[in-house]
Ligand binder design. Sequence first.
Ligand code: ADP
Ligand code: NI
Length: 221
Amino acid sequence: MKFNMADHSSIIDAAAAYVKEELAGAEGGHDWWHIYRVWQQARHIAAAESADMLVVELAALLHDIADPKFHNGDESIGPARAAAFMQAQHIPEVTATHVVNIIRYMSFKNGLEEKVFHSVEMGVVQDADRLDAMGAIGIARAFNYGGFKNRALYDPAIPPNLHMSKEAYKHSSAPTINHFYEKLLLLKDRMNTATGRRLAGERHAYMEAFLERFYKEWEGQ
Ligand code: ADP
Ligand code: NI
């Protein structure tokens, strides 16, 4: 089947509609609005980094359709569903394969495991996804996730664990504040693109200011 530019927006519209439906009822930090934010951020970064916009948009839209956290740790469901969707839409093979690779390798936790695939487009989408875990939105998502898991906000007696394996990270039940030290404050040094790094710097500073104030308020100051 032939593919042209006019197809771009109808494919993206179809992908957005598909993802919205797949994520109906998802937990607040991983719902359609997470996808929406990552999609918009990825478009913004892609324009500055001259990345392939169709690959970036599809990967951003499809990157979390079946989070392993909510599928018994199965990491193959998301990429398989994305591939089936793109095949049904007659997306060119080379584009679809690229998108599936991005989705598959983005799901690895924090780069705790060695990456075996990389591209400019993957860097863009990963930066956008990481930015959504930082700043005001990142703080909101962390406490939302902690509430979903019934975790304490903070416990001065439980220090952060900076050397967790992927398994330990998945099964951690530590207070939400620890997550800032275990993941969120590490993200600014893991950005792939210059645009991502700049945005991450701002969001990082906002989280540091939040933590400073949190500890003050904790002690009644
Ligand atoms: P990824 O975006 O790589 O899939 P996660 O699914 O682990 O990462 O995280 C999604 C969101 O949930 C992020 O905003 C993240 O900060 C938050 N989150 C994940 N694990 C925890 C945790 N242990 N405590 C608080 N928030 C968490
Ligand atoms: Ni995501």
